[in-house]
Design a protein around this ligand. Sequence first.
Ligand SMILES: [Zn+2]
Ligand SMILES: [Zn+2]
Length: 157
Amino acid sequence: MSDSVLTGGCQCGAIRFRVEGDLKDASVCHCRMCQKAFGGFYAPLVNTKGAKLVWTRGRPKHFASSNFVNRGFCADCGTPLTYEAPDGVALAIGAFDHPEKISPTMQFGIEGKLPYTDTIPSLPARLTADDIIAAPFLDKLVSYQHPDHDTDIWPVK
Ligand SMILES: [Zn+2]
Ligand SMILES: [Zn+2]
């Protein structure tokens, strides 16, 4: 992840960001606060310390989850976007346009870890297309999700 420019944003596209420079300290946090803030089993986050974070469209709304930490999210669509502590801002890895470029190297908050997170890779697995017989609407589905790249105008009407 050296000398890189990475972009991302929320699901609806009201908020977009760009990060210039090296991203370090990618992690997942299993703590109960991160589970709630992401509505997930854990929070995938990457620190922006040492890099330059620019909000290129819109700004997150914030919830103070404690006296030290603000959680940024899109007020329009609810996508979790930031974890903002006194030592800097971390971004939600899944909000990046190419999250596959940011591999977690550390786990935090393991006292809150849900035990079944370890067995997920061994669960039965299917492709979305495999579900078309069970869910015929998938065949006619039109996505309103912002694409995984910057756009001049969004939404396109
Ligand atoms: Zn949004
Ligand atoms: Zn946490």
